[in-house]
Design a protein around this ligand. Structure first.
Ligand SMILES: Cc1cc2nc3c(=O)[nH]c(=O)nc-3n(C[C@H](O)[C@H](O)[C@H](O)COP(=O)(O)O)c2cc1C
Length: 265
């Protein structure tokens, strides 16, 4: 196993930090890695907001409903940025509709996500710890306001990092055989057995987010999350459109449309 894979296999989210600053040299490398990330069609449709203003950090922590956002040493918010290329086009007197279309949006989304993961990998390789914050999407309109994001931009995910002040266990994943298929999608025939085993493994894991409390079984976590969606996350698509993207969203589908999915009776 080489060093890169070793670090990747040791990945765990870090949510408490010592507060010791990350050196300028490390930050420089991390930002250069972000900038060198692969980018869809070479359009470079993502950007990063480094949040250093404690007031803004506190406001973001409030959106996330996760006080430990405030305690991150470094906080980066990765955004879809189709604004920059729209300005470039305008300077060339081009006002093509596609500057704001669905494809542009998802290219920016993928670019921002890859950048965030690349940064996380770099951070972890330096012995620092990191955590993603998808919870910024609890209220995307508020995040847009806090960060003064212009039209044709959209917040995707945050990454908080710094020197770790905790040593969480590795969080177990479901067996790879439930996720890795060859040539076509193959729902595992022994899924129920595999899930029972995985549920047991998960229940032995302590999540340090919640005062060293053991987590629910994976199945129960899935059910709880699906039954309790976060209200404002239902506005995400609306806010994407308010930001000037034209996703040509079709009317919402009736609940029953997908029908029963399970191959088991
Ligand atoms: C897109 C994304 C969003 C996430 N958002 C949050 C978040 O808002 N808050 C948080 O504490 N962890 C967040 N996480 C971290 C996950 O909870 C974590 O990766 C998962 O539970 C697996 O644990 P591990 O990273 O320690 O292996 C997020 C992870 C991803 C990939």
């Amino acid at each position: 196993m080489n060093q890169t894979i070793k670090h990747q296999m040791e990945h765990r989210s870090i949510r408490e930090f010592s507060g010791e600053p990350v050196s300028d040299a490390m930050l420089k490398s991390i930002f250069e890695v972000a900038n060198q990330t692969a980018t869809s069609t070479g359009m470079q449709s993502s950007s990063i907001i480094r949040v250093t203003d404690p007031t803004k950090k506190a406001a973001l922590a409030e959106v996330c409903k996760q006080p430990y956002v405030m305690r991150t040493t470094e906080l980066l918010i990765f955004i879809v940025d189709a604004y920059r290329n729209a300005v470039i086009a305008e300077q060339n007197n081009v006002f093509a509709e596609s500057r704001a279309d669905m494809d542009r949006f998802f290219q920016g989304w993928t670019d921002a996500t890859l950048m965030a993961q690349n940064v996380t990998t770099a951070v972890e390789s330096l012995g620092l710890g990191a955590v993603f914050f998808g919870s910024i999407l609890n209220d995307p309109a508020a995040v847009i306001k806090i960060l003064d994001l212009p039209k044709l931009t959209f917040p995707v995910v945050g990454v908080g990092f710094g020197w770790p002040a905790q040593e969480p266990q590795l969080k177990p994943r479901m067996p790879l055989s439930m996720k890795l298929f060859e040539n076509s999608y193959q729902f595992p025939v022994d899924v129920e057995k595999k899930l029972v085993e995985y549920d047991k493994v998960m229940q032995t894991y302590y999540d340090l987010r919640d005062a060293n409390k053991r987590v629910d079984s994976f199945s129960l976590q899935v059910v709880k999350r699906l039954e309790n969606p976060i209200e404002k996350r239902g506005t995400i698509l609306q806010v994407v459109q308010d930001q000037g993207f034209n996703l040509k969203v079709s009317a919402s589908r009736p609940k029953e449309e997908l029908g029963k999915l399970s191959p088991f009776t």
